[in-house]
Ligand binder design. Structure first.
Ligand code: HEC
Ligand code: HEC
Length: 492
């Protein structure tokens, strides 16, 4: 066909849609915003994080403080004064979470996200919400060894906390989701969590949301269109991004230490027993929740502040020193965001084949054998309500966790070098090559019979107890009811 003959035919095709065309169903995954449904710029209320480094932090009354800010309307260039909500980042968390450019935080989105997080409507039979497995009263976990989802289905791993997940570089124990938005879409389609349908899980969930006029209105206000999967994920992530935990006794001791060092002009920013003791005395004065966390009676134990100050500074020094915890649990949220094989789940030197961790989701062409059996380092704040611990929920108490590390984890072929006594391994290899007698209890792997020797910490009973006490001092004050109480929303 020549071009001249082809063009008129093409024009005809474009002009007249075939008579059999059906109206397309509204896409469930995403829609473009309808400007007429969107709130005008001046009426959109942004959420702004304020950290303790910023001068206005002290004036914030609680987690959620409404105020105003001067802005320029990008559409008209006009100056506007608009409402803003300042979100108080808790003491001890020195940076605000990163927010993806395509999902700016607004009050309308946060409220919708909070509703969705606590609403069972996202599950096929209206029995399970995100909060079923990430419950505020259970440290935003479920306090079960592994989770129970729809129809009583039992999952394979322990539910990690949502606390401070805003800072995670990767989501899930094996890091297979890149963002909170990405992660939030998983459970809705998971037959062990929220899905018991036959079709496309999100198309069904979106249909349920579109059948609810309140959700249609709330999605309209936040996104300018009907409910979609993309918008639901964005809203849930917006709420989760504010579930920040800090404000622990340890953070208060650090703040007191800074004040002391500045007053002394010593320049030595190092925590002392007196800093923990001072934080404890303040806690006794306000009958604060950290007392119960440490097993102290607010009425009877006030005289123990100095004694506990000494224990806590010892626990802290162990965490950052001899016990090597901070090799992996570091920074504001006590994680290196890395993946390590500690041998959780290994028995008699063998790792079960379904416990390959980070290695599994790494794309083909990027598989790193060093990450076989490696799981994400969780943070160590807010641990008290979320027992049992580890991805398997194998360790029932913090004491058991500390014993686990004291013996160097569980030996297996891929045990992290950070958990191994490399000097002893070297000596073993040398002795064996020289034909000397070697410890028959050492497990060896592979064609070279490579020895793997876990690094024992040799902590004393007192040291173990103090380390546990330090972990308890990281528990933190309970969250504002606006975050933890499903029924509470900011007054309109
Ligand atoms: C049936 C229990 C269950 C339900 C329901 C559930 N989760 Fe989870 N969640 C888990 C488990 C178990 C994991 C860990 C899974 C893994 O790592 O393979 C997890 C992981 C996560 C993580 C990653 C945290 C981290 O540190 O890696 C976040 C965030 C999260 N869930 C949020 C949600 C949200 C939001 C919803 C609702 C849309 C939800 N969960 C529904 C059990 C559940
Ligand atoms: C080599 C890195 C590394 C070192 C060193 C380390 N951890 Fe961990 N920690 C991890 C990883 C990875 C996990 C999760 C492992 C898993 O579930 O397979 C974890 C899990 C935990 C948990 C469970 C948290 C939860 O929510 O389930 C606690 C508590 C903990 N570690 C405390 C400590 C203490 C205390 C020390 C020092 C004695 C320490 N860790 C040393 C990497 C490390």
């Amino acid at each position: 066909m020549t071009l001249r003959r082809f063009l008129p035919a093409l024009a005809l095709l474009l002009a007249a849609p075939p008579a059999f065309a059906q109206p397309k169903p509204e896409p469930a995954d995403f829609l473009l915003p309808d400007e007429s449904k969107l709130a005008p710029f001046k009426d959109t209320v942004p959420l702004v994080f304020v950290t303790s480094n910023q001068p206005e932090w002290k004036a914030l009354k609680g987690f959620w403080t409404e105020g105003t800010q001067e802005d320029v309307d990008p559409a008209t260039g006009a100056k506007v004064t608009r409402k803003v909500v300042r979100i108080r980042v808790p003491l001890g968390i020195t940076q605000a979470p990163r927010v993806p450019a395509e999902n700016p935080m607004t009050a309308a989105k946060w409220e919708l996200g909070k509703k969705l997080y606590f609403d069972k409507v996202l599950s096929t039979d209206n029995t399970i919400s995100c909060a079923t497995c990430h419950e505020p009263a259970k440290g935003f976990g479920d306090a079960k060894r592994t989770s129970t989802g729809i129809g009583g289905a039992v999952g394979g791993v322990n539910a990690p906390t949502v606390f401070n997940s805003a800072f995670n570089r990767f989501q899930f124990w094996d890091g297979r989701a890149a963002s909170l938005e990405d992660q939030a879409q998983g459970p809705v389609g998971n037959p062990k969590e929220m899905f018991a349908g036959k079709g496309d899980p999100w198309h069904e969930a979106v249909a349920r949301l579109r059948a609810n006029p309140e959700y249609v209105k709330a999605f309209g206000a936040a996104f300018g269109h009907a409910p979609t999967r993309d918008a639901a994920a964005k809203a849930i992530a917006t709420y989760e991004r504010t579930v920040l935990l800090g404000d622990s006794l340890h953070d208060r001791a650090e703040a007191l230490m800074r004040k002391r060092v500045i007053e002394e002009e010593s320049g030595k920013f190092v925590l002392k027993a007196e800093d923990y003791a001072a934080a404890l005395k303040a806690e006794f004065a306000r009958k604060g929740p950290a007392l119960a966390d440490l097993g102290l009676d607010p009425q009877k134990d006030a005289a123990k502040a100095d004694e506990f100050g000494k224990k806590l500074v010892n626990g802290r020094d162990l965490f950052f020193g001899k016990a090597r915890c901070a090799n992996c649990h570091s920074g504001d949220t006590f994680t290196d965001h890395g993946f390590h094989n500690l041998g959780v789940g290994a028995k008699d030197g063998t790792l079960p084949t379904d416990e390959f961790g980070r290695f599994v989701p790494l794309p083909t062409g990027h598989k790193d054998p060093a990450l076989v059996g490696a799981f994400k380092t969780p943070g160590t704040r807010g641990l008290l309500a979320s027992a049992p611990y580890m991805h398997s929920g194998d360790e029932k108490t913090l004491e058991q966790v500390v014993d686990f590390y004291d013996r160097g984890g569980n030996v297996n072929a891929w045990l992290s070098p950070n958990m191994r006594d490399l000097a002893a391994e070297g000596a073993y290899v040398k002795a064996r090559a020289a034909g000397q007698k070697v410890d028959p209890a050492v497990k060896t792997y592979g064609p070279t019979n490579k020895p793997i020797i876990p690094l024992k910490l040799n902590l004393t009973a007192d040291e173990k107890a103090n380390l546990v006490l330090f972990l308890k001092a990281l528990n933190g004050d309970p969250l504002d009811p606006l975050l933890s109480d499903p029924a509470k929303f900011p007054a309109k």
